[in-house]
Ligand binder design. Structure first.
Ligand code: PLP
Ligand code: ZN
Length: 424
């Protein structure tokens, strides 16, 4: 990793990197060449992709493929090419949720951006596709990750599709719906006796070890590219609303990356003139059993104190969230808030969304809806403002969350009499 002296070195577009020009430190602004780097050598701040965008119009996007690659003019790597197989995620449904809106007493439209429709049933397919393309350009043949579950699915499947090696590292206590599926896609799956923060620390230690020379850890040393994939969630919502932003959006927070990137996407679209400038409020949602960002918000802090996670929302169980402070910035700048909800409230919200709209969300989706309900009740969010809720994963992966509280109306013998009794 080499620091670029911006006084003397003109910033160039690397040939294979689409509109991305360099990496820049979010804290001190130091610039670096595009590479498998994620932390500033000057100040240890996180690195972010910087761009020069050219020729991106609504028409050029609309003429693109039915996947995240229609936004490749706004992503760090050039468009998905035929010789570069991947799962082409994205273009998931934005579902108008009128039943739920009525139940919540809303007078404005309510939408659910349902990312369970992605190839491995969570929003992680978006970030992995972008990181995988970056790995290819950087000559890293194996893709790896530290995962709370959904990322494990996405990495193993993407590697399978591309005929590539994968190494997935997870806490050993994850849901069967995530470990069994990941193992079925193949590749190396390492279940670590510890929590996600232990897994993440281990992966950090592995980087630089000769063992992992040809590996790209999508959410560690490829994190700047990975994180940009989350912008496609924001682009899609704006495009699906007819090229505009909603007034409110509620986003589940694990590391906080997705939340910051939806905001970044909307700021980019605005500055490129692809949407009209309009105010929007970004809300963050956490589980009380792992709510370091929500706690910092409530206390008016700028730093996020790590916690030890204990919640059924395992996909969000990151006790030391890398992008927590940036998520706080976005929420405060846009007039939003971050709140958290109990496991009981999460389960109730999973059921409410399923009963009202026919959408079966994973625990993270329950966190999002329950947090919105709480924010409506406390006046933190507005019933009269058009709102988008992000459902980032599929309830079939987290069946245990509801297994104890739902079941058949009756278990009967195959007889009309017994049906009749059961109906009474
Ligand atoms: C990873 C994940 C998120 C949020 O991730 P960030 O680390 O905050 O970007 C949200 N929902 C689900 C289901 C996830 O798997
Ligand atoms: Zn720095």
């Amino acid at each position: 990793m080499t620091a670029i002296d911006t006084e003397t070195t003109p910033v160039r577009t690397a040939p294979d990197f689409g509109p991305a020009t360099h990496l820049t430190c979010r804290e001190c602004g130091a610039q670096y060449e595009l590479g498998a780097a994620y932390a500033c050598v000057e100040c240890f701040g996180p690195l972010e992709v910087a761009y020069t965008f050219t020729g991106v119009t609504r028409a050029s996007i609309e003429a693109g493929p039915e996947s995240i690659w229609r936004y490749s003019g706004l992503l760090p790597v050039a468009a998905y090419a035929k010789d570069e197989p991947n799962l082409a995620p994205g273009r998931t449904k934005l579902v108008r949720a009128d039943n739920l809106a009525a139940t919540l007493g809303m007078t404005a439209p309510l939408w659910v951006k349902d990312d369970s429709g992605n190839p491995t049933h969570s929003f992680k397919d978006r970030v992995v596709a972008v990181a995988q393309s970056a790995a290819r350009r950087l000559g890293l043949s194996t893709i790896a990750c530290a995962s709370t579950g959904n990322l494990a699915n996405a990495v193993a499947a993407a590697a399978a599709r591309a005929g590539q090696g994968s190494v997935v590292v997870i806490p050993s206590n994850l849901e069967a719906g995530k470990t069994i599926t990941t193992a079925t896609y193949g590749g190396t799956l390492l279940a670590v006796k510890g929590n996600y923060d232990d897994v993440n620390r281990l992966c950090g230690e592995l980087i630089g070890n000769p063992l992992t020379e040809s590996w790209g850890f999508v959410n560690v040393n490829l994190r700047p590219y990975y994180a940009e994939g989350s912008k496609t969630m924001g682009y899609e919502i704006a495009e699906q609303l007819g090229w505009r932003t909603p007034e409110q959006v509620v986003i589940p927070v694990a590391s906080g990356s997705l939340l910051t990137k939806v905001d970044k996407a909307w700021r980019e679209l605005t500055s490129l003139g692809l949407i009209e400038a309009a105010d929007y409020r970004v809300f963050g949602a956490q589980a009380t059993g792992c709510s370091p960002v929500s706690q910092a918000y409530a206390e008016g802090q700028e730093v996020v104190r790590p916690v030890k996670p204990d919640t059924i929302a395992k996909s969000l169980a990151i006790g030391n969230p890398a992008d927590g402070p940036y998520a706080l910035d976005v929420v405060r700048r846009t007039g939003g808030a971050i709140a958290d909800v109990t496991d009981t409230e999460i389960v109730a919200a999973i059921r409410l969304l399923a009963e009202q709209e026919g959408i079966f969300a994973e625990t993270a989706g329950g966190v999002t809806l329950a947090t919105f309900q709480k924010l409506l009740a406390t006046g933190g969010a507005d019933r009269n403002a058009e709102t988008v809720l992000l459902n980032t994963g599929d309830g079939l992966k987290t069946l245990d969350a509801v297994a104890d509280v739902v079941g058949p109306t009756a278990t009967i013998n195959p007889s009309v009499d017994e049906v009749s009794q059961a109906l009474q």
